[in-house]
Design a binder for this molecule. Structure first.
Ligand SMILES: Nc1ncnc2c1ncn2[C@@H]1O[C@H](COP(=O)(O)OP(=O)(O)OP(=O)(O)O)[C@@H](O)[C@H]1O
Length: 293
């Protein structure tokens, strides 16, 4: 008898609206049971999924499926870095940036069909002050929004947009010195985003040209923001265009060092990480195997 490939689903039960029973039933219905032997584990707390993922990889599980939003995807992917196990995603969050970038369907049945095909490729990941990220990291305004969003009971796109609109013109830029590709930029920084994938999630494109396999970060720097620039930037983000040079500047590099005049907030994949004054951001090329359509 041919051996079935081992698949483990790591489910964040606090993410999304579907019940455990619904998700388990969808998995039973749509996963190819002739090809795969699967089991399901649930996270018990924030920060649990990296251990579960690493354990799965050590046990020889071939495909480890993150079931949740970008926070869960980040945690599972972190545990799989540099292992033979491949990451698959069943998107259940509100943004789903990595799943969208990879073209994974937003419906769980479609995402399960991607797993059935088992088409595997290898992608880059990034690190900001030692924290892995797979879609974007950033300092300044986007991290500030992550910090407020994290403390907010209401989630979802509408809450997010309301929050950005409320805060965007109050948030103040800060002076930083950034070294990118051997050049030193002494600049104001409203936000500096480091993109491995092109979007934050929800098809909001911060770096439309970002390629997740090119070994490069796409850096988007917004020095200062006023109403006109905010409108230009939001329009471009939603239509997948580069913003005009007055609003944002773009750089491609494999490493960035930022020294801020005072502490700034930072995030990785939308998870608020706290404040720091020095930031080391770098690429880890070809570090994660993933299932793609
Ligand atoms: N069992 C758990 N209990 C509480 N928190 C958890 C648990 N499992 C994971 N988490 C945390 O929940 C956080 C949010 O999860 P995730 O981003 O996957 O879902 P979401 O909030 O629904 O999605 P989105 O961020 O897209 O709105 C993750 O950063 C993770 O650390």
């Amino acid at each position: 008898m041919s051996q079935r490939t081992k698949v483990r689903f790591i489910i964040n039960p606090t993410s999304g609206t579907k019940s455990r029973k619904d998700v388990e039933a969808l998995i039973r219905e749509h996963l190819n049971q002739d090809k795969y032997a699967h089991d399901i584990v649930y996270t018990e707390r924030a920060g649990h999924a990296p251990d579960l993922a690493r354990e799965a990889a050590n046990q020889g599980v071939a495909i480890v499926v993150a079931v949740g939003g970008d926070g869960t995807v980040n945690e599972v992917a972190r545990g799989l870095l540099h292992t033979e196990a491949a990451l698959a995603i069943l998107p259940k969050g509100s943004g789903n940036g990595l799943a969208r970038h990879l073209g994974i369907p937003m419906g769980l049945d479609g995402a399960l069909r991607v797993i059935n095909k088992a088409n595997i490729t290898t992608i880059d990941s990034g690190q900001i002050n030692g924290h892995p990220f797979f879609t974007t990291a950033g300092i300044g305004f986007d991290a500030y929004i992550s910090s407020v969003f994290a403390g907010n009971k209401k989630r979802g796109l509408q809450t997010y947009v309301e929050l950005v609109m409320k805060e965007v013109l109050n948030y103040k830029h800060l002076p930083v010195i950034a070294s990118i590709n051997g050049n030193t930029l002494d600049t104001d920084c409203f936000v500096m985003a480091f993109a491995n994938a092109a979007q934050y999630g929800n098809n909001a494109y911060i770096a439309p040209n970002a390629d997740i396999q090119d070994g490069l970060l796409d850096v988007c720097l917004v020095r200062r923001l006023d109403l006109i620039k905010a409108l230009n930037l939001s329009y471009c983000m939603l239509t997948k265009q580069l913003a005009n040079a007055d609003s944002a500047e773009y750089f491609q590099t494999d490493r960035v060092n930022v020294q801020a005049e005072e502490e700034m907030m930072y995030h990785a994949d939308g998870d608020y990480l706290g404040k720091a004054q020095t930031f080391e951001v770098s690429m880890v090329p070809q570090s994660l195997r993933v299932l793609v359509p």
